[in-house]
Design a protein. Structure first.
Length: 256
């Protein structure tokens, strides 16, 4: 169910999940890429995209493509997170083969409650990547700043904890010249301490200077200093992107 109370079909959620994956590579996303990933006719993809636009989850421009709105991104990242956590559970705990976990996770993700999602993350000790293709697990949308805080409040249910009112993006998914505020750090106290020593704390403003290809380091400007963060730690730093006037959840970005 969306934040506005509307119930989404599993098919609509699948479209948003695909859009989430593709929008990390390019924006807007071409409808031909969506239809190819879902293995359906382009006309069918366009029909669903128009419905999602009417409901406020995407912005669609013919011949240009599709972008997720802020609400669309919230739902897309949520369902993607549940899917990838389930893949980890199936592979790590139940020892299902990697080639089989994707389809099984697809069947389970739509019925996984938020409380079960949180418990699953804690059981798996806050994993950061899914097992089959090592794609990043999106950050949770619960109102925490660190995993340690989540653990300390593990007796509280999700409705007591509350949800963030802003979408967060991993530093590794930011583009050159994008700016944002650090709002969540995933990992144990060792990760937090390592980042603190570099001046990267909750609330710190960062600007991405360069993102090296092939999973290379991310170069940042933090508190007036240039830092190079390895992907192993940078992928677990999540920021609220500074927005400009745009319906795209990431704002009107400059790619320089």
């Amino acid at each position: 169910m969306s934040s506005s109370g509307k119930t989404l079909s599993e098919n609509a959620e699948e479209y948003l999940e695909v859009l989430y994956k593709l929008s990390l590579e390019e924006r807007p996303v071409k409808t031909t890429k969506i239809s190819k990933m879902l293995n359906i006719a382009p006309a069918s993809a366009t029909q669903m995209i128009k419905k999602l636009e009417k409901d406020g989850y995407v912005d669609y421009s013919p011949y240009k493509g599709v972008t997720l709105t802020e609400e669309g991104y919230t739902i897309a990242s949520k369902i993607t997170r549940k899917h990838r956590l389930l893949e980890r559970f199936l592979h790590d705990m139940l020892h299902i083969k990697k080639e089989s976990v994707h389809d099984q996770a697809c069947e389970m993700e739509h019925s996984l409650s938020d409380d079960a999602e949180r418990a699953l993350c804690q059981l798996l000790e806050q994993p950061d990547e899914c097992p089959d293709d090592e794609e990043l697990i999106p950050v949770c949308d619960f109102k925490f700043e660190t995993c340690d805080e989540c653990q300390k409040r593990r007796q509280e249910e999700v409705n007591e904890v509350g949800k963030r009112d802003k979408n967060l993006v991993s530093i590794t998914n930011m583009k050159r010249t994008e700016k944002g505020k650090v709002s969540f750090i995933r990992g144990d106290y060792k990760v937090i301490r390592r980042l603190m020593d570099m001046g990267i704390t909750i609330g710190a403003e960062v600007c991405v200077l360069e993102v090296a290809p092939f999973k290379g380091p991310v170069e940042l400007l933090v508190r007036g200093s240039n830092l190079a963060l390895g992907r192993d730690i940078a992928k677990n730093v999540f920021v609220e992107i500074f927005r400009e006037d745009s319906s795209d959840f990431r704002g009107a970005l400059s790619y320089g």
